[in-house]
Design a protein around this ligand. Sequence first.
Ligand SMILES: Cc1ncc(COP(=O)(O)O)c(C=O)c1O
Length: 400
Amino acid sequence: MPPISKRTQRLGTEHAFVVLAEVNKLIAEGRPIISFAIGQPDFVTPGHIIDAAKDAMDAGHTGYTASAGIPELRSAVAAYLSRTRGIAVEADHVTVANGAKPFIQYTIMATTDHGQGHEVLYPNPGFPIYESQIIACGAVPVALPLVEREAFSFDLDTLRDKVGPRSRLLMLNSPHNPTGRTLNRAELEAIAEIVAPYPDLWVFSDEVYSQMMHDGEFASIASVPGMAERTIVLDGASKSYAMTGWRLGYAANAALAGHFATWITNTDSCAGSITQWAGVEALTGPQDEHRKMMESFTRRRNIIVEGLNTLEGIDTLKPGGAFYVWPNVSELCALCGAQDAEALRKRWLYEANVAVLADRQFGSPPDGEGHHVRFSYATSEENIHEGLGRLETWIAKAKR
Ligand SMILES: Cc1ncc(COP(=O)(O)O)c(C=O)c1O
């Protein structure tokens, strides 16, 4: 067999999809699994958005579009970002793609060169595709540990130590997957001050959960004075409008928009035309369904945090956004003889019929951080109560 490239052999993955395949297999075998593993809203896309897609098909919007996206959607995204970030975004600063995810690769490709020692700083734990793409693109990964004693915010001293003249890109994500942590304006200002002396550094601000705040106001680093020019703001329809399968993401940066469009010409040609028209309706149409989903997520957040904190050996901080909670299970691992969070995850799946993800699915756990698992509470209140009940019963039996 001819050789397979090292780049491909080293390619990381989103382990959530691997665990999901494991969970789905068990469900197909008839196991009554309660799953907290999947990171997508359990709602269907609002009806008026679906109708807009049908109208687009009936109107014959079925061909290629410009690689950067249809003007109507680029304008809608520009208006939405200007309004919610308090910065002046113009339609030609915006590029749309098949999901937010492709912009991770486009950004690394557009800001670093292969094998040149260009460093990319990224959060650990974090969305696993960051690290995987940094390596695949031939840049140097520099993990920034998010630690529990700082409530999973950046340790600013570590950022100060690790940023330098070789840094080309800083990746931020707020609200954060997997911890649910949100960065407030003061924290973003402190980060901006640290990176200010490095003119070669871009900031990639992954804000796909920006419309999913439970407490406080969303803040973007792009709105900190002096940062808009060097920040790529990333958002998308997947989470806010329950549109994960439609594939729609959008990024804004004045200098990079044209380069992103060229990357899209080189890869997908354009985002799906029908999805783009649905996206116009999502951003400009009524927002009541989105608001209802968020009220539901906040109620679920409160139930799961309170429930987890009553379980023996589990301790969790209250997340401010997204639909994830990241409890510390170190004490429980010791109590039940589980070597680490991955061992606990497997035992919960096979012995308690409860599916979660383990910390190692989001990077190598930073030293001294103990063990964590991720619950996605994008599932019904009934399932949350049932899942918590199963864990309580399991812990009572499993503790030594
Ligand atoms: C932090 C983060 N960024 C990006 C994405 C990708 O979103 P999309 O479905 O729009 O590609 C996800 C999806 O889980 C995510 O959690």
